[in-house]
Design a protein around this ligand. Structure first.
Ligand code: NOJ
Length: 577
């Protein structure tokens, strides 16, 4: 049958359609059904005109987020910090940077989110502190203080363990000399971010109690920053934790004692064959950020080819609806688009293919990625960005939408380093500072990017909301579709082979039902036949307005360039797959 053109469907409220938590051996399941939105409080909305986004401003924008359909926020570090690494250089773990608000304002956010049935995940940076943290100040001043052993020192740097710094463009090693201590200290990131000695039991206790502090204030979980560097060899003797899994296991145990639904998501950009380790057979992380997926999916969509998607599925352990393996999927984040997980030829290709810049500006950074947003990678093509989001929302795992990508914001390569992808949210291009702040532009935490690329439209939210064909509304429809499809979090996912290298299809089987998602990665129209063992009369369009015809255990789909279609129905009793 030719389906009626149901468009992207009417959106239902996420909260009204919320699913009960999974009953998985007592493990919380809410995060598997969640759609996460990642944002930085200081660049989201300024409420008091001082040029800095703040918690009150974020509270004022919750209607926007609810309208988009997301139901969990991941907010990046908001702690007091000299901000030499965007807040990932924490100077005090138990407070809020006063430019962003106060603990009271934080509590108000938690209460507002609770009232809306939304969750909150915060960033915990446990691998390192800022040099301005009191622990480091006391450590450098007094070698006999217990804080000295919170960090890793050497008096013989030539004989010490050396490895490559994670920010090779800015640091030429992992040791820096401290004048006060008269010794070198170890840092895998910037020199102002000394690594913590996570093997020290006092440090471990500090880290656990920081997690407890925020859980008691009502957060639902944490993104554990730099989980991989945390367990790498450290210090003069390249010391390794005896049982690195214990650290994460214990962190989770302590967290669950405060909130039995608390979850830990790991930023662990480790090799694919080591990823299982972080799940710790169910006692470790609840989900891992899918870096393999990020490089492969974003690249595959960018070049209009499905092989990177096949490769992603080959490389990583399968998400387990009833087990402990689970992915936090994303298309872009607030860092560089890291391409190291691509095969060498593809990395080289991506390096040149997606490079932007000129006039001394270059998007390539750290020898591994582009400091570009999704809109730059896809040349401002909203159809391609919408399709990428449909794919993201249909993949097995929890989808994370990167703030600003839902309206197609561009990067600003005039900003240094990764700040290019962190400019303030553009609410309304007709307003001063695009509605982010009423402050003098000179006072802004990061300048609002008003120009976009030469000849390229710089997006805003106001011109898109309510317009059904806009990127914002298409992303919102895809989020809504995800909310109506419990199959994605609970079903068995499999790839559906189609006879075309620029099309991608996959399906979920759950409870006798099938959900099929077909994506056209090409710019031109395509027709494709995919296995779909559902009775024609029973096939239901979930998302997308492509024509389709179900017959003989298959579906013929006709898709415009960058179009997508999600279909579902009861699996036919008589047909195999
Ligand atoms: C990962 C964060 O995403 C990045 O922004 C930061 O620079 C490093 N961890 C160090 O904390």
């Amino acid at each position: 049958m030719d389906a009626d053109a149901a468009g992207d469907g009417e959106r239902v409220s996420a909260a009204a359609d919320a699913f009960a938590p999974l009953a998985d051996g007592g493990q919380p399941g809410w995060y598997r059904d969640a759609v996460v939105y990642s944002l930085d409080v200081k660049t989201f909305q300024d409420s008091d005109g001082d040029g800095w986004g703040d918690f009150r401003g974020l509270i004022d924008r919750l209607d926007y987020l609810e309208n988009l359909g997301v139901d969990c926020l991941w907010i990046r570090p908001f702690y007091p910090s000299p901000l030499r690494d965007n807040g990932y250089d924490v100077a005090d773990y138990r407070d809020v940077d006063e430019r962003l608000g106060s603990l009271n304002a934080f509590d108000d956010l938690v209460a507002e989110l609770d009232a809306r049935g939304m969750r909150l995940i915060t960033d915990l940076v446990l691998n390192h502190t800022s040099t301005e943290h009191e622990w480091f100040q006391r450590a450098r001043e007094d070698p006999d203080s217990k804080y000295h052993d919170y960090y890793l020192w050497t008096s013989h740097v030539d004989e010490a363990y050396h490895t490559e710094n994670i920010f090779p463009e800015f640091e030429d090693g992992v040791w820096s000399y401290d004048e006060v201590a008269g010794k070198h200290y170890f840092h895998q990131f910037y020199g102002h971010q000394p690594d913590l000695n996570v093997a020290n039991s006092d440090v471990q206790e500090e880290l656990f109690s920081i997690a407890e502090f925020w859980l008691e204030r009502g957060v639902d979980g944490f993104r554990i920053d730099a989980a991989h560097p945390m367990i790498l060899p450290k210090g003069h003797n390249a010391h390794r934790l005896e049982d690195p899994q214990w650290l994460f296991r214990e962190l989770k145990r302590r967290a669950r004692e405060v909130n039995d639904e608390a979850v830990l998501l790991a930023e662990a950009d480790d090799e694919p064959d080591r990823l299982d380790f972080y799940f710790g057979d169910g006692e470790g992380f609840d989900a891992l950020f899918n870096f393999v997926g990020n490089s492969h999916v974003t690249y595959g969509v960018g070049v209009g080819d499905s092989w990177p998607l096949y490769r992603m599925f080959e490389q990583i352990p399968d998400a387990q609806p009833d087990g402990h393996v689970w992915w936090a999927n994303f298309l872009r984040n607030h860092d560089e688009w890291n391409l190291l997980k691509l095969p060498h030829d593809a990395l080289e290709h991506a390096r040149e293919e997606f490079r932007k810049g000129g006039d001394g500006r270059d998007s390539w950074v750290f020898g591994r990625g582009h400091r570009l947003r999704l809109a730059d990678l896809y040349d401002g093509d909203h159809d391609r960005i919408a399709m990428a989001h449909s794919l993201l929302l249909s993949l097995p795992g929890t989808p994370i939408v990167n703030s600003g990508d839902e309206i197609g914001m561009h990067a600003d390569l005039d900003r240094p380093e990764r700040q290019a992808v962190r400019t303030p949210m553009r609410w309304d291009g007709a307003e001063p500072n695009a509605g982010f702040s009423t402050a003098d532009p000179e006072e802004l935490v990061i300048p609002v990017d008003g120009t976009g690329w030469p000849g390229v439209f710089q997006a805003d939210a106001a011109s898109q909301r309510g317009d059904p064909g806009s990127l914002f509304e298409r992303v919102a429809s895809a989020i809504d579709a995800r909310k109506r499809c419990p199959e994605i979090a609970r079903g068995d996912c499999s790839i559906v082979h189609v006879d075309s290298g620029d099309m991608w299809a996959h399906r979920f089987d759950h409870d006798g039902r099938v959900l099929l998602a077909v994506h056209n990665l090409a710019s031109g129209p395509r027709e494709v036949v995919a296995g779909f063992d559902v009775d024609p009369a029973d096939a239901e369009r979930v998302l997308g307005d492509a024509d389709y015809r179900v017959a003989d255990g298959g579906v013929t789909v006709t898709l415009d360039g960058c179009a997508y279609l999600w279909l579902r129905g009861e699996r036919r009793g008589d047909g195999g797959r």
